[in-house]
Design a protein around this ligand. Structure first.
Ligand code: SF4
Length: 323
């Protein structure tokens, strides 16, 4: 039996999406509802379970000028169904690969919701042939509105290769959590890593052999979007330490997860540097390498927060307690 929705006016875009079950799914459904509310005449939300029903599929094709399908994770349920049922699409998005994150069975953070909303909105505006306003294109409320920043673009110049597969410090439930063992973290810090620079850029390393130590800047690629929205945290997740701003910590979970380590250079072979002392996880993108120069990089009369002094003192005393 066909329900009585045949008197609907045609619309320009139909959005199919996952509706929940994981952080990106919930974020996608909220984003799509918001976009529908913003464009009630042009945009509608489609019902994926209706696609295998022939007369519904025909109606979808008749009523919608364009169609976009959003899968929230790499299982790609929607794409498989659309392909099986022969549903033509004008755009397809798979959120976890697109955003470079892993699927998590939890509600999305505000930062992830914003990220998903902006990503979908960009595609929707492209399909509708409309331009985004400045506020829609950029994250809101950063206090630097109106500032004329040049376009900032980072590109990885190589990759870290080592045996550190999991980060010891993770961003979890709005704070940091230390998951490693201090002895293991120390071992890892002394482990050998290879910095594999893109072959085409090998000459960028020429002359580096003359230095014993380097500053390596890398991107902490395992930090999830939630970790990038932390403003304050307890250092290494310890609640007995004060809650401090992220810029007062060395946590990799920060708005721009750029990390820096001083390493000793053991060897250069072509486009590969063998170094000791890097705390990056295997696969971390390398952003920059500079020679370490104590004339620039070391300071006199250094003052540290008490909690940071304690972090370094406790392992030496054998009393380190991560939580
Ligand atoms: S693609 Fe499939 S498994 Fe992944 S969130 Fe959507 S419905 Fe769930």
């Amino acid at each position: 039996m066909q329900p009585e929705d045949g008197n609907q006016a045609p619309y320009r875009l139909l959005i199919f999406t996952c509706y929940g079950g994981c952080a990106t799914g919930v974020a996608a459904s909220r984003a799509c509802i918001r976009i529908w509310e913003e464009n009630p005449d042009n945009v509608k939300i489609g019902c994926l379970p209706a696609v295998p029903i022939a007369w519904k599929r025909n109606e979808i094709m008749k009523m919608s000028q364009k169609r976009i399908l959003i899968d929230a994770c790499g299982v790609q349920c929607g794409a498989k169904l659309a392909e099986k049922e022969g549903l033509p699409l004008d755009r397809y998005m798979e959120l976890t690969s697109m955003l470079g994150i892993r699927k998590t069975k939890q509600l999305p953070s505000r930062a992830l919701e914003d990220q998903v909303y902006r990503a979908i909105k960009r595609e929707v505006h492209g399909l509708l042939g409309e331009k985004l306003t400045e506020a829609e294109a950029e994250p809101s409320g950063n206090g630097t509105k109106g500032q004329d920043f040049p376009q900032m673009e980072l590109r990885p110049l190589g990759v870290v290769r080592n045996r550190i597969k999991e980060p010891s410090l993770v961003a979890e439930a709005g704070d940091l959590e230390w998951r490693g063992k201090i002895a293991k973290a120390r071992q890892e810090r002394n482990a050998i890593s290879e910095l594999v620079i893109d072959n085409d850029l090998a000459a960028i390393l020429d002359g580096i052999e003359d230095f014993s130590h380097l500053l390596v800047l890398y991107w902490a690629h395992r930090i999830p979007p939630e970790g990038r929205s932390l403003i304050k945290a307890h250092p290494i997740g310890r609640k007995d330490f004060p809650l401090v701003g992220i810029f007062a910590t060395r946590s990799p979970a920060r708005p721009n997860p750029i990390c820096m380590t001083i390493v000793s250079l053991l060897e250069r072979k072509g486009n590969v540097l063998k170094v000791k002392g890097l705390d990056a996880v295997d696969g971390s993108p390398i952003l920059d390498i500079k020679p370490y120069n104590p004339n620039y990089d070391a300071a006199d009369e250094v003052r540290l927060a008490d909690w940071m002094t304690q972090i370094h003192r406790e392992p030496a005393e054998g009393s380190f307690s991560p939580t």
